[in-house]
Write a protein that binds this ligand. Sequence first.
Ligand SMILES: [Fe+2]
Length: 241
Amino acid sequence: MAVEAITLSKELRFGDGFAVIRPRCKDQIENFRDKLLIKTNADTIDTLRRSLVTVSNSELNEIMLKLLGFTEGSGMLAETFSEQINALCGDELFLQRRANIIFNLPGANQRHQWPHYELMSGISPSTYTIWLPLHDLADEGGIFYVPDKESFDVMQQEYEQGTVNSPFMFKSVRCREAPKLKFGEALIFNPFVIHGNMEFNAPLARIAVSFRFQSRKDLLYQKNSDFLKTWTLKRGESDSR
Ligand SMILES: [Fe+2]
């Protein structure tokens, strides 16, 4: 069930650390998806999903290269979820410069996201991530999330063993159910929540997008302007490039 913007901060800081959110209007997500289809020469999202299952690695690389120019995507999505983002961080943001478009292929031995938490990649503890599929999730191809308290317990045990992201962590968080989101719904989560995706069996690939943001008042830590740009919500335009 989607969480209201007003209770979101509590849920992300003191609750499970992740929540399902829904925008007031999903036009911008549809625009985002349409732009992705134009850039990949696909008629529909399912055509693209089907073609991804059979493309070669070099064709897949070519698609990814074309998407490097899709720099307006993170702003479009930030405006879509501006109500929730404003409730957490205000209007003045550091926003991920380029949204990550993620293709996951069905079947065994396909590349998938190992369990991890976002802080591992050097973002600040004040950063939030929004992740959304670009179609309904009808199979197990989504992302699973481990509630905050449990994630911290796993991290603490890893700390005591002197490991990070070890086989111990992989085993501890196995066999979770991925929320079956509808197109237009998104998951928002804090940087401490362990998440990842499992192998799944389906005729079509999964396509999702994620982006990160934090308040401009908070420290940046390792990520800087290579990764982030400034963004002011509601003006709908970047004020630095
Ligand atoms: Fe992640």
